[in-house]
Ligand binder design. Structure first.
Ligand SMILES: [Zn+2]
Length: 366
């Protein structure tokens, strides 16, 4: 045994160096990626106002899908900007006008009313899913993009207000049938209020799990389309940046979001860190980002999602001063973030001092 140590020891040293070098290389590789200096919304308005992305230091556009056009796309390429497309998933306002079969249903059997400005949709509605699938395909057939960022990926609710609106949905026959089959739970009663009562009284845990799995399936299906068309593109997820225990666990309970599951599926997590809309202090932005990083530590490094927060520049509710905006940007771009963007291009144009903040922050070296 003693005689073998001289052989084993160098082997250990070699292994250690290999691991260290590998890790160093990984870090080196990561640091080579440019920090994402984004603008969210309809960045074409900045061009119309006479700015160029280069002079602002912007290197990535996060464009609402309906704002993407050939001219903007061409300019983005000319100015070396990455193009990420915001893709609305469960925003039902338009579709529901002609498709009442997709309305989200509350335990009393009635359709859930709009939650402030937002109108969600029943996520199991096959007509709507097909509509979204086709829409994503049409974008990817037309433009080669750097990534698709899914938005409105939650069950019907409103979280962009200090007082959230959190209805219990959806108890349509389709949803409760699917739930019943998935969990082999027989639902005896035949009216929606009775079925809802049975579920919420006796099968709440399974119901919450099932609702999260419905959203996960949306992510899986849309990711499949993305990878089949443009395997190099990234999948990003915009989502409500609540901690899991806030509002009686409403992230999981009402919105149907299992953040650990999102973290496993996404290439990029883009928490919506709108401090004033959510009535939070500015340092919540950095604090949340570090927390998010900590919960992704169990994911293997090659699959660990990047974190690119979106912060508030928007003057509603109240006013975000240029200094406050600067602080929000600094908090959101500090480690472990590898990118940042703001909501939205319009807010910058409404107060050109915020454009100066962007230039100051974005034109510095990485
Ligand atoms: Zn439903």
């Amino acid at each position: 045994m003693i005689m073998r140590w001289p052989f084993i020891l160098p082997a250990f040293v070699a292994l250690f160096l290999t691991l260290c070098f590998g890790a160093c290389n990984t870090n080196e590789h990561k640091s080579e990626k440019p920090f994402i200096k984004g603008v969210y919304g309809n960045p074409g308005t900045l061009l119309k106002a006479g700015y160029t992305f280069n002079e602002l230091g912007v290197n990535a556009l996060f464009v609402r899908s309906h704002s993407l056009n050939d001219e903007l796309y061409k300019t983005a390429l000319e100015q070396d900007c990455k193009v990420f497309v915001e893709f609305p998933v469960l925003n039902g306002k338009q579709f529901l006008k002609n498709n009442p079969q997709c309305l989200p249903i509350e335990p009393n059997g009635q359709a859930s009313p709009p939650a402030d400005w937002f109108m969600g949709i029943c996520p199991t509605c096959p007509d709507f899913k097909e509509d979204r699938r086709q829409h994503l395909k049409s974008i990817l057939n037309r433009y080669k993009v750097d990534g698709i960022f899914l938005d409105y990926l939650h069950w019907h609710a409103q979280f962009e207000t200090p007082e959230p609106i959190l209805p219990e949905t959806c108890f349509c026959g389709r949803c409760t049938d699917m739930f019943s089959k998935a969990y082999h739970i027989e639902l005896h009663r035949d009216s929606i209020p009775e079925i809802a009562n049975q579920i919420l009284s006796f099968h709440k845990k399974e119901w919450r799990q099932w609702r999260c799995s419905v959203l996960s399936n949306w992510v899986t299906d849309l990711k499949q389309i993305l990878l089949s068309k443009q395997p190099e593109s990234l999948l990003g997820l915009f989502y409500c940046a609540w901690y899991p225990d806030e509002y009686d666990s409403a992230l999981y309970r009402n919105l149907g979001i299992d953040i650990n599951d999102f973290a496993k599926q996404a290439d990029v997590l883009a928490p919506m860190l709108f401090h004033q809309m959510k009535d939070r202090p500015l340092d919540w932005i950095g604090e949340y980002t570090r927390w998010l990083d900590s919960i992704t530590n169990s994911i293997p490094p090659e699959n660990k999602p990047e974190i690119w927060p979106i912060v508030q520049a928007h003057n509603h509710p109240g006013v975000i001063s240029p200094n406050e905006f600067r602080e929000a940007m600094l908090q959101g771009s500090s480690s472990p973030s590898s990118g940042i963007m703001m909501f939205s291009d319009q807010s910058l144009l409404q107060d050109p001092r915020k454009i100066e903040v962007i230039k100051e922050l974005y034109l510095t070296d990485d």
